[in-house]
Design a protein. Structure first.
Length: 256
């Protein structure tokens, strides 16, 4: 590839690096302090659907989605000037055929022998499918939150580790915990269900015994955050994925 390269411009970058750069299966490019692409390997050309001549000499943010170009430009300038740390970023890029692709971008500053920043080297990973899945999951989670708020029965969901993920307003009122305070805390800390004798109920262990557990026998109460006890009826069921692996639980509570 007969192109200007930061690596060639600064001899402190060894020839062995060049060979690794060109032969890498991971998409890699180098930009100078103005954000102009100075070197790009074949893997990135294939990923983005451009030839080397389409990329080299252009500012890298020109290939980002239109609504992300200014952010990309500002963050690159901040990193070059060492005003902000180099970090992994997620950004949408436009491919040569007009389609769009989501990329996870791993960056590293390029420095000369005096330690001055002369550019940034970036490795690009295609995360388009992952991004679609995460977006869809977030939509479903948002819908679930809206739906749960309409229930008068207290509902709390927990992940596979037994930590609270979602709770509706009825659960907040019953437990004395706000959702933003409860998320990430153990279910048994937020929902202190106990038998009449004062023995606490290990809620997460219940779902390991059977898919659905409830207080069909015995009297139970819940102790809220302030220490006030109220009689409740409760049930807990597991949440499983398509492979029947337990990934969480849903607890239902109602005052007697």
């Amino acid at each position: 590839m007969n192109v200007f390269s930061i690596t060639n411009a600064f001899p402190e970058l060894a020839e062995s690096h060049l060979n690794l750069f060109e032969g890498s299966a991971i998409a890699i490019h180098e930009i100078d302090t103005e954000g102009v692409v100075r070197n790009v390997n074949q893997a990135e050309c294939q990923l983005l659907g451009y030839g080397p001549g389409d990329l080299i000499g252009h500012r890298i943010w020109e290939f980002a989605a239109l609504d992300q170009q200014q952010v990309a430009r500002d963050t690159i300038a901040g990193k070059i000037a060492r005003r902000q740390p180099v970090s992994t970023v997620t950004r949408e890029y436009r491919r040569g055929d007009g389609s769009y692709i989501w990329l996870e971008i791993h960056e590293k500053l390029i420095e000369n022998a005096e330690g001055e920043v002369v550019g940034i080297r970036s490795a690009l990973l295609d995360i388009t499918e992952r991004h679609k899945l995460e977006t869809e999951m977030q939509k479903q989670l948002d819908w679930m939150r809206v739906a749960l708020r309409s229930f008068t029965k207290a509902i709390v969901t927990a992940d596979a580790l037994g930590n609270v993920v979602i709770m509706n307003p009825a659960a907040e009122a019953l437990t004395g915990w706000r959702q933003e305070e409860a998320v990430g805390r153990p279910l048994e800390q937020i929902c202190r269900v106990q038998r009449d004798c004062g023995e606490p109920v290990d809620l997460m262990s219940c779902i390991l015994a059977q898919p659905m557990t409830s207080n069909l026998l015995g009297n139970f109460s819940i102790v809220d955050r302030s220490g006030v006890s109220q009689s409740v009826e409760w049930s807990i069921s597991h949440i499983s994925n398509d492979d029947h692996v337990i990934v969480g639980a849903t607890l239902f509570l109602e005052k007697r």
